[in-house]
Every structure is written in structure tokens, then in C-alpha cells.
Write a protein that binds this ligand. Structure first.
Ligand code: URA
Length: 191
């Protein structure tokens, strides 16, 4: 079995373990589907958002709403194909009214993301927004302080950037998100 198929099989095994997850209150909140994450199981780049919104919950896929459309456009401009990367989230179930995930919800869900990253073993991780950045880097810095810089998560280059939903509200920051995606693409090539 080739590496990509093997990783796909491992991801499917953990999906089976989590698809009816009841570990935190988000399971009972407004969940229609868990949003496990989507993309190439052998990706060089992993993008990590915060948690599913309404459209993601309905479709069971990450970043399929307005923020996702913007992300797709920026990825394309940065010469990154969505099909080549893997997109996941800190929490896999929709927080009610799109509120921030609570610490207990993050703590219950984080082991799943860690398993996903360890299976995929990307060369670069891009954290989208402050929730994802603070969770993975274990700090409470403002995203404006971290974005565009290179960090490490378990020895994997990690580049924080703005969340595309923030860019929809603050379009002037779009070049920053684009630049950070380009930096991610560059770091994949350097590896
Ligand atoms: N926002 C996120 O953080 N993740 C999604 O999957 C969609 C919107």
C-alpha cells in the first residue's frame, strides 16, 4: 500500500472512533455533522481553523462558507491547490452561534487534531486566527504579534496567519494573509 493510501486508512480509523463523539457538550449543542477535516492525507501543508460554522456543520466539510470561498481564492493566488493540502480545525463540532470554542471543548478535541497531524506529518502548518494559533503554540499572544513568523509545533514549521473570516471584516489585511500563505508555500519548497 502506498503512503497516501496508508495515511488515508489511518485517518479513516480515527474518524470511525470520533464520528459519534460525545466527549464535550458541543455534541449535544447544534451538531448535524462532525467536521473531521478534509484534503490530501499526505499533504505538505496543513491549515488549521477554529471550528465549523453553520455551512460546515451542514456539509460536514471545513471552510465551505464565505470564509472558505475567500480562502480558496487566496490559496489559488498563492499557487496552492486545495486538493493538495489538508484543512482541519481545533474543534470538530460547531460552537453555538459561532462563539469561540471553550477551554474544555478545546481540551477534549485537541488529541484528535494531534493524531491527525502525526498521521499526515505535513512539512508546514498554518494556523488560521488566534484561537488556532494560541492553542497550538500554547501562548496567549495577539495574532498581530505572531502572524507571518515561523514557529515550531513538535518540530513542524508553524506559521500563524489571520483567519479568513477576519479578512472578510477587514479586507485591508488581505495582503497579509496572502503573504503568509506564500511564506508557507516557500517553506514547503525549502524542506
Ligand atoms: N471557520 C473555521 O474556523 N473553520 C471552518 O471550518 C469554517 C470557518
Amino acid at each position: 500500500m502506498d503512503q497516501k493510501k496508508y495515511k488515508q486508512k489511518l485517518l479513516e480509523e480515527i474518524y470511525t472512533q470520533y464520528k459519534n463523539c460525545q466527549r464535550c457538550p458541543l455534541a449535544q449543542a447544534e451538531r448535524n455533522n462532525i467536521v473531521f477535516g478534509d484534503g490530501n492525507p499526505d499533504a505538505d501543508l496543513m491549515l488549521i481553523g477554529e471550528g465549523p460554522g453553520r455551512n460546515e456543520d451542514l456539509q460536514g466539510k471545513p471552510f465551505v462558507g464565505r470564509a472558505g470561498k475567500l480562502l480558496d481564492e487566496l490559496l489559488e493566488s498563492a499557487n496552492l491547490k486545495r486538493g493538495d493540502i489538508f484543512i482541519g480545525n481545533i474543534v470538530k463540532c460547531r460552537p453555538p452561534n459561532n462563539r469561540l470554542p471553550l477551554p474544555n471543548e478545546i481540551a477534549e478535541c485537541l488529541p484528535l487534531l494531534e493524531k491527525q497531524i502525526k498521521i499526515i506529518r505535513p512539512k508546514v502548518i498554518c494556523t488560521l486566527g488566534s484561537c488556532s494559533t494560541r492553542t497550538l503554540l500554547g501562548n496567549d499572544k495577539k495574532i498581530t504579534q505572531s502572524r507571518g513568523k515561523l514557529f515550531k509545533w513538535n518540530n513542524i514549521v508553524t506559521i500563524p496567519t489571520f483567519h479568513p473570516a477576519y479578512i472578510l471584516r477587514n479586507p485591508k489585511k488581505m495582503p497579509d494573509l496572502f503573504e503568509d500563505l506564500r511564506l508557507a508555500a516557500q517553506n514547503i519548497k525549502n524542506k
